[in-house]
Design a protein. Structure first.
Ligand code: HEM
Ligand SMILES: Nc1ncnc2c1ncn2[C@@H]1O[C@H](COP(=O)(O)OP(=O)(O)OP(=O)(O)O)[C@@H](O)[C@H]1O
Ligand SMILES: Nc1ncnc2c1ncn2[C@@H]1O[C@H](COP(=O)(O)OP(=O)(O)OP(=O)(O)O)[C@@H](O)[C@H]1O
Ligand SMILES: [Mg+2]
Ligand SMILES: [Mg+2]
Lengths: 216, 247, 236, 216, 236
């Protein structure tokens, strides 16, 4: 399943949790402009796979390669090209949406563009609430704060674990648009969702994970 | 009966009542202060043991008594708030917290100043002193808890529960001198078999106590209005008052 | 549809034991956690000789105080997260909505807390007493005073823990709320032990502590329940 | 909007958060056999409304009535007929699915039916994992544990806040079936979801909450 | 597409100050929280006279030890949640994945912790010294020793806090890990103050503490970063 021009590739990833083999020799590859959806029922190992690809979890076997190098050997090059949004949004309840986002931006960019930040918040219907501590926001609003990073951080690879969770119809449309736009500009997107998602302009490839059987 | 409570407990009525009354109470308190200080500092004879130093008593003792009294008021109104959901009672508790903490602080400071010449030390880990310090912490905890909980209604109820629970400390403060033999004066005025102090020293003390009480009432009434405006800012009666310029 | 007659009413005892057993299971789901408050107690007590110096006379004269203060701090430390996990994962909401008396559920949780934190500490205390040169005659009183005292601390502390449920770094605010309330416990507890060390009667102090346990048992569960209800309603 | 045979009704609920009026005189009523979906964009106050109806949050104004009585006056009668599942599933990570469910059952029923419990776990594809601490389960599996209570606790009123979150296609179908079944048996369901949900056998009524404007 | 040249590299100083300011903002987002570790310190110090009794000679002889032990406990208490909130809401994952040196981010977090917990406690200590009848000549040494000591405790304690990230009730396990490491700090710190009280030189102990700060500053951030990486990868 590896292709020659793959930028990100995983080779024979195997992950055990307890006595269960959650990932069994999973391989995949992703090249510029590609969208890849990881599909599988609840508990089939999608989150485990995405976390392993992002370098957050170590596989028991196999490796993840970024531009031909194992990501463990050159973490910071890989990570500076990666945006990972997982089940936990990474939004601090004590800070406002603006403060939350600014901290991430300042850590990754020398001088982030502030008008762009305000535009993004407006586009996500958070404009009125950008000075409110995030713990007061609704579930969907908190997720929107995290998702604003999609348009603020210019990186190549997006790894999104159920980005549509808790979002309303408008929110979903916004995310879908961003994903397609990103791929059109040559970026790569790896994501999961259980929702039927209309990707209009580009077709997503799918990686199918099957149900995990417990070996007993 | 219930109707009566309802009328006299209604915010617009209390607001008007407080507005009409508080200046007079304030004046009366000032008057008593002047009289009490005159009696205490000029008229009362010097103590045969302590000389003139004892006169700090006229601030210390009322402040110490008030620190406990205000706490009891706070606890009772908290209980009323929890049991009958009377919002006004909670406003009374909220308005009392800061002034109560101030009285406690004053009692600690004046006690300390008094301790230096009489016991030869600013501070002593004696039961009454410590329990007064603990009372200060209780007040601070009450204020901190209220401000730490963001939803005002929840903050009010949480603080009310704390105030009620904390009331167990009041008897401990009062009886601490008897339970542990400590440096501090045993009760010489508030005792079952009558006071042991001379009458010319006691009268100014009670005048000062009256002054403190009235000052507390004055402060409470003023603060209550602020608290009520803040809470009912979205209601009709506040809007009407704002419109008529009658704040 | 009426399902009311299908569900026979649940006895209070069943509610209590269900919550008690559930919480014990969580507490001891890893052995190290079960032991933790005890180890903390031992560590704090052994810090004192390090901070103060090894003079045995000095140590034995401050011994009762040190053991008692350490016990109080260990209890406080373990109170911090008493309801936090349940609140975070939403279980507390479910208890509030269970339709059963919340004070019984609260009491069950306090009992688990005491079995996990208070009891081991009581059982360990004689050893620490010996360690700090307390006379052996003082050890029974040490044990009894800690037995009663830790019960009060669990009960009263749980109120504080419930009140600080939604406060972000509740730990220290909790201390601010609970310490003033536990000062009398500390004073009577340490005084009881000190009395025996100085060969006086300690019955009076112990009786007061016993009365405290009774009072706290009667009143605290209601307070905890009220505080939990407030905490749950004050947003997620 | 109140009807005569309403079992649950809300009258003029008003809730302020900070300076924002999140619920502005919302009224609704629900009678036996009815399904009601609360609809609205992110942050429109759906969660606030459901929590208020369940008695978890107090309204600033208005009241909630159950069989004609204010729920604050007779909490335990109301609550013993209520199952509320919110954004937080109420599943302890330290306990197994079985232990988690048993605790809830024992608190509400004198002698719960254990075979029914195992059947429910099997139906939710948790059969193999019923002895695993829940913190090891995937996001969707944890939600399934909470949802198992739908078939285990015989109560009248279900209040479900986004029950479909994190569920896969099978999981969604299972929940939808349960909701329809419950309504057919005369139960009442109040729920929210942002997903298009095919209620096949019964039509859900809708309550529409509009976007919340901040008064500044 | 290659976006690499679009993003000029970010200096280490910017990373540090961003995280530092962000955390300070969270810490002081309510005034009461900012004050809390200090209040805890004051409360614990005042517990001892209650437990031990009011004898002034006894108190002043154990004074340095009591203040130091209380400072250590206050630091410990505030260390408990150092990374917990960030871990729970997923921010920590984001720091790990930021592509920036994690040790710098960790150092920034430790600095916030010290400013919030250590510094106020250092500033308050002279007053408590007076309360416990320490001679005024001992106060400067008390302040300096606490200044250095709390820095070491913040740095070393953060390693423990990072190690107990995924442990459920980490608080007490944290104490277990950190207390043994902080015993030398306690011994030298208390000994320095005791030395001045007994009119001896305290320079030796202070120099040792200073050396400790240097060593901890050099090594701890790397340790914390490693521990955080492990904590984040060991499950959600
Ligand atoms: C910081 C130091 C002190 C504190 C915190 C303190 C606290 C208190 C408190 C709480 C009371 C009210 C007790 C009650 O009515 O139950 C009180 C009363 C009193 N204090 Fe102090 N005190 C301090 C120092 C002193 C000193 C140095 C003296 C005199 C030598 C003194 C003399 C009195 C007297 C005469 C009363 C009235 C006793 C009675 O009849 O109840 N106090 N103090
Ligand atoms: N210690 C363990 N023993 C056995 N199985 C485990 C253990 N830890 C995790 N698992 C299993 O590993 C799988 C982890 O799946 P993961 O979280 O990656 O699923 P997912 O595909 O993201 O699911 P979802 O759609 O629900 O988010 C689950 O099936 C879980 O039950
Ligand atoms: N203190 C506050 N000040 C201003 N607005 C607040 C405050 N607290 C909460 N809010 C607002 O109140 C609303 C709460 O909405 P709620 O959580 O009920 O939304 P929801 O409809 O459930 O949304 P979602 O679909 O995202 O779950 C949000 O719009 C939030 O921003
Ligand atoms: Mg997942
Ligand atoms: Mg919601």
């Amino acid at each position: 399943m590896t292709s020659v021009d793959a930028v990100l590739s995983a080779i024979d990833l195997t992950s055990w949790r307890g006595e269960t083999c959650v990932l069994n020799e999973v391989s995949l590859s992703l090249s510029a402009g590609q969208i890849l959806q990881v599909v599988g029922p609840n508990g089939s190992g999608k989150t485990t796979l995405l976390r392993t690809l992002a370098g957050l979890a170590l596989p028991d076997d196999g490796q993840v390669m970024w531009q031909g190098n194992n990501i463990e050997h050159d973490r910071s090059t890989f990570q500076s090209q990666l945006l990972y949004l997982g089940h936990k949004p990474g939004v601090s309840g004590a800070l406002t949406p603006r403060e939350n986002l600014l901290a991430f931006l300042h850590v990754r960019q020398a001088s982030p563009d502030l008008t762009q930040l305000d535009d993004a918040l407006d586009a996500l219907a958070l404009g009125e609430r950008k000075e409110l501590p995030c713990r007061w926001l609704s579930a969907g609003q908190q997720r929107r704060v995290a998702l604003a990073r999609l348009v603020l951080e210019p990186v190549n690879l997006w790894i999104l674990d159920e980005p549509l969770n808790a979002l309303d119809v408008d929110g979903i449309a916004w995310v879908v648009d961003r994903i397609e736009e990103h791929a059109e500009r040559g970026g790569m997107v790896l994501f999961t969702t259980h929702q039927p998602m209309p990707l209009v302009r580009r077709q997503a490839q799918q990686v199918l994970l099957s149900e995990v059987e417990m070996s007993s | 009966m219930f109707k009566w409570i309802h009328k006299f407990g209604s915010p617009p009525f209390v607001y008007g009542f407080s507005k009409a009354l508080s200046p007079w109470i304030g004046l009366a308190s000032l008057g008593l202060f002047a009289w009490g200080l005159y009696l205490g500092l000029v008229k009362a004879p010097p103590d045969y043991e302590q000389g003139e130093v004892y006169r700090i008593m006229y601030v210390h003792v009322p402040a110490a008594w008030m620190s406990m009294f205000v706490y009891v008021v706070m606890a009772i109104s908290s209980a009323v708030f929890i049991i009958w959901r009377m919002k006004l009672a909670d406003a009374v508790a909220e308005a009392s917290a800061f002034i109560g903490a101030s009285f406690t602080f004053l009692a600690l400071v004046t006690g300390s100043i008094w301790g230096r010449p009489t016991w030869g030390t600013w501070w002593e880990w004696d039961a009454r002193l410590t329990s007064e310090l603990v009372l200060l912490f209780l007040y601070l905890g009450y204020i901190a808890l209220r401000s730490a909980i963001e939803h005002p209604q929840s903050g009010a109820r949480a603080a009310a529960i704390l105030a009620i629970v904390g009331v167990v400390n009041i008897p401990i403060i009062h009886f601490s001198v008897e339970w542990w033999n400590s440096l501090h004066q045993p009760a010489s005025i508030t005792r079952a078999d009558g006071p042991t102090m001379h009458i010319s020293m006691i009268i100014p003390l009670f005048v000062m106590l009256g002054a403190f009480q009235l000052y507390y009432a004055h402060h409470l009434l003023v603060k209550l209005r602020v608290v009520m405006l803040e809470r009912d800012r979205r209601t009709k009666w506040v809007a009407e008052r704002v419109q008529n310029g009658k704040l | 549809m009426s399902t009311e007659q299908e569900t026979p009413t649940v006895g209070i005892w069943q509610v209590f034991s269900t919550v008690f057993v559930r919480d014990l299971r969580i507490a001891f789901s890893s052995w190290s956690e079960g032991l933790n408050p005890l180890l903390f107690f031992v560590l704090v007590v052994s810090l004192f000789p390090l901070g103060i110096g090894p003079d045995p006379r000095l140590l034995s004269s401050i011994g009762p105080g040190v053991i008692w203060v350490s016990a109080l701090l260990a209890m406080l430390m373990s109170l911090d997260g008493l309801f936090a996990a349940d609140h975070r994962d939403g279980t507390l909401e479910q208890w509030v909505l269970s339709g059963q008396p919340l004070s019984i559920i609260a009491l069950a949780k306090v009992c688990t807390h005491w079995v996990r934190s208070g009891l081991p500490l009581v059982l360990m205390s004689p050893l620490l007493g010996v360690f700090l040169n307390l006379p052996t005659t003082a050890l029974p009183v040490l044990v009894v005073s800690l037995l009663l005292g830790t019960m009060i601390l669990s009960l009263v502390g749980a109120i504080g823990s419930a009140l600080t449920l939604t406060v972000k770094q509740g730990g220290v605010l909790l201390a601010l709320l609970v310490l003033p309330l536990s000062v009398p416990v500390l004073i009577f507890g340490a005084a009881a032990v000190q009395a025996v060390v100085e060969q006086r009667e300690a019955l009076g102090q112990l009786a007061l502590l016993g009365g405290g346990v009774m009072g706290a048992l009667a009143l605290a569960p209601v307070g905890i329940a009220a505080a939990l209800r407030v905490g749950v309603s004050s947003g997620d």
